[in-house]
Design a protein around this ligand. Structure first.
Ligand code: BTN
Length: 239
């Protein structure tokens, strides 16, 4: 494990560590990121010291289709860790892997595959953002402390690493075994949603299921299903 005061991005540093040949599971953490990376090319910002910013280097042997499930596996590990720490906390997942606390985003996951087979699993968890002026871009986000789950970053680290390791090993043995539990935890299913950035114009419909490869099945109003492998989901009120 390495913990730094300030880095550009823990995912970036973890990629360099993977290239050096570190064994799995190697963790890279930081108090501050100056160029944190989010999903779909966005940047990820967090007030200094307020969040758990962690990237794990793993070297999975799973086939390509199963590798696509790793972000979902990681989301479920976040749910496991938080449920263990704060049993009464209202936690769930927004497809594919945003952690929701009281229906607001409290953590994100960015999984990046490297040439050579290693994978970097990046997690940013908003631990305590109380009193933080977060501007418009982060207005919808929340933190664990705001939801009454007052934990230190160390406690979260100590819960999350074993939770991830457990889910990761289980996934190595049985790549789709976690899916029933994922579906139970996925708040997107059954909702009317709008999906943007899915490779086409915005799509609206009912989120039916998550398939064996982690894709979201969306039914339009005529009952036709579309299979989405990526995208940004937001809930909409039924008309
Ligand atoms: C998302 O957009 O929801 C995913 C955000 C992932 C952010 C984390 S913070 C630690 C790690 N390092 C990065 O640069 N990104 C991930």
């Amino acid at each position: 494990m390495e913990w730094h005061a300030q880095v550009r991005s823990t995912n970036e540093l973890a990629a360099a560590a993977a290239e050096r040949g570190v064994p799995e599971i190697h963790a890279v953490l930081a108090d501050v990121q100056t160029a944190g990376r989010g999903r779909r090319g966005r940047c990820w910002t967090a007030p200094p010291g307020s969040s758990l910013l962690m990237s794990l280097v793993v070297r999975p042997r799973a086939d390509l289709a199963a590798r696509g499930l790793l972000p979902l596996v990681t989301g479920l590990a976040l749910v496991d860790a938080l449920t263990a720490l704060c049993p009464t906390l209202d936690v769930g997942l927004k497809w594919p892997n945003d952690l929701l606390v009281r229906e607001r985003k409290a953590a994100g996951v960015l999984v990046e595959a490297l040439p050579g087979g290693a994978v970097v699993v990046g997690c940013g968890v908003n631990v305590d953002w109380r009193g933080v002026d977060r501007g418009e871009a982060l207005a919808a986000a929340t933190s664990l402390a705001e939801a009454g789950c007052a934990v230190q970053r160390w406690d979260l680290l100590a819960a999350l690493v074993p939770a991830f390791a457990g889910r990761y090993r289980e996934w190595g043995r049985d790549p789709r075994g976690f899916l029933p539990e994922y579906r139970r935890r996925c708040r997107t299913l059954g909702l009317r949603v709008r999906v943007t950035d899915a490779g086409s114009g915005p799509l609206e419909g009912t989120a039916l299921d998550v398939d064996q490869d982690g894709a979201l099945l969306l039914a339009d109003d005529a009952g036709n299903a579309t299979r989405l492998v990526a995208g940004d989901v937001e809930g909409v009120r039924p008309v």
